[in-house]
Design a protein around this ligand. Sequence first.
Ligand SMILES: NC(=O)C1=CN([C@@H]2O[C@H](COP(=O)(O)OP(=O)(O)OC[C@H]3O[C@@H](n4cnc5c(N)ncnc54)[C@H](O)[C@@H]3O)[C@@H](O)[C@H]2O)C=CC1
Ligand SMILES: CC(=O)C(=O)O
Ligand SMILES: [Mg+2]
Length: 468
Amino acid sequence: MATSSNIIIRMEIQKSKITFGEVAMAIGESGGDIMATDIIHSARDSAIRDITVHIPDHSNSSLLERLRGMDGVKVINVSDRTFLVHLGGKIEVQARMPVKNREDLSHVYTPGVAKVCKAIQQDESKAFSLTIKRNTVAVVSDGTAVLGLGDIGPFGAMPVMEGKAMLFKQFGGVDAFPICLQTKDTEEIIQTIKNMSPAFGGINLEDISSPRCFEIEERLKQELEIPVFHDDQHGTAVVMLAGLLNALKIVDKKLEDIKVVVIGIGAAGVACSKMMLAAGVRNLIAVDRQGAIVAGEEYSNSMWRWLAEHSNPNRATGSLSEVIEGADVFLGLSGPGVLKVEDVKKMARDPIIFAMANPEPEIDPEAAEPYVRVMATGRSDYPNQINNVLCFPGIFRGALECRARTINERMKLAAAEAIASVVGAEELNEQYIIPSVFNEEVVVKVRAAVIKAAIETGVARRVPRDFR
Ligand SMILES: NC(=O)C1=CN([C@@H]2O[C@H](COP(=O)(O)OP(=O)(O)OC[C@H]3O[C@@H](n4cnc5c(N)ncnc54)[C@H](O)[C@@H]3O)[C@@H](O)[C@H]2O)C=CC1
Ligand SMILES: CC(=O)C(=O)O
Ligand SMILES: [Mg+2]
C-alpha cells in the first residue's frame, strides 16, 4: 500500500564542491519531492539547510544513502515531522484566569476556596458547576489494544490518548485528560476509574482489549452516575453505521435485505455487529480467527455467545473466504491484509467495503478499487475515513451539556443519523459517504441529536438553554 511521509533533512553543503541545484536533482531522482527549504546558516564556503522532503514510502534509506555519498554534502540530522510534533507531548493545562495579586490568590486558593469546598461537600451536585467536572472527560487506557498495534503497554499508549484529548478539545471543546494505567487487572482498572471519577463528567475508555473491555465498561456503567463510553466499541459503531446508511443509499439497498460479513469480533467488531442488528440488519455473519461464529458452538466469550444466538440466521460456517460469497457489505475490524481481492470478487453486486483496521486496513484500497463500489477505511489519507473521531467529541459535548447519566442506545443511534445527515443528498457519492472530521457541522448536529435523545429517554439531568 502506498504510504508517504515528510522528513526534514539538515545538511551542510560545501559551495565549492556542489550546488543546491545538484542536491535538489538528486533528491528528485531518488523519488523525493522538496516541499520547503530553510537556510539555517550561510557562510562564504558552506550553507546549512533544512530541506523538507515528501517521500512516497517509509523507505527513505536510498535517498539518504545517495545524499551521504555525494561529495560536498554532509547530512547532519534527519527528523520526521510526526516525531517533531510529539516533542514534549501534545497538550497542556491552561488556567482560565491569571492570578495577578494576593487578592486573586485568596479567591482561587486558600482561604477563599474553602467555602466553595464546603458548599460542594454539602451538595455534591455542585461539583458540576463549581469544578472542572462540568466539561472534563478522562480518556483511560491500559495500553492492551492500541490502534491495531496490540498490547504495547501504558507508556506506548500515551501518544494515542494525548491525541484523543487534543481532538476532544479542538472538535468538541471538551477538556480531556489522557490517563494510561499500569495494570491489566480488570478489578483494579474498575476501582481506579471509580476512585478518580469525582473529577470527571465522563469516562472515555480507549484501546482496552476484549473481552475485558466489556466487563469493565458494564461494571462502570452500573456503578457510576456519569457516562462511561468505550470509544472503540460505540464510537466506532456510531460512525460505521452513519457511513453504512449513506453507502446503502448509493447502491440502493436496504439494511434488512443485505448480507454483512464482519471480521474481527473484538471490541469494535462486537459493538458494530450489535449496532447493525439493532438498526435492522438481519443477515450478519461475525467471523474471527477460527471462522464464522455460529449457533451450536461453545464460546468462552459471552459476547460471542450472544452473537451466535442473534446473528448468522442461516448458520453459515467456515472461513472468511467461504462466508463472503454473495455478501453486500464487508466490515473489517481485525488486522492488515485479511481480505483478498479474490474474496471481494465473490461479493454481491456493488460491494461495500469498510476496511477499518488501523493503521493498515484489511485490504489495500488501491488493489480493491476496481471491484468495489464504495470503499472506506479508518485512514485520513484515503476518501471516506470512518473513524471514531467523528463521534466522540460531539457525543460527549452533548452528554456533558445535559449532564447525562449515561450514553444509551437512542443517543448512539441519534448520533449516527446526525453524522450521516451532514452529507446532503446532492453531495453523496462513492467518494463521499461520510463527512470530514473538519466539517464543523458534525459536532453541532451530533450534540443536538444526543441532547434531544437524552432528554427524551430521561437520562438528562439538565436541559440546555437552547432546548428549553
Ligand atoms: N477506524 C476506527 O474508527 C477504528 C478502528 N479500529 C481498528 O479495528 C481493529 C480492532 O480493534 P479492537 O476491536 O479495538 O481490537 P480487539 O483486540 O478488541 O479485537 C480484534 C479482533 O480481531 C481479531 N483478529 C485479528 N486478526 C484477525 C485475523 N487475521 N482474522 C480474523 N480475526 C482477526 C482478533 O481475534 C480480535 O477478536 C484495530 O485494527 C483497530 O485499529 C478500532 C476502533 C476504531
Ligand atoms: C481509531 C481508534 O480508536 C483505534 O483505531 O483504536
Ligand atoms: Mg481506539
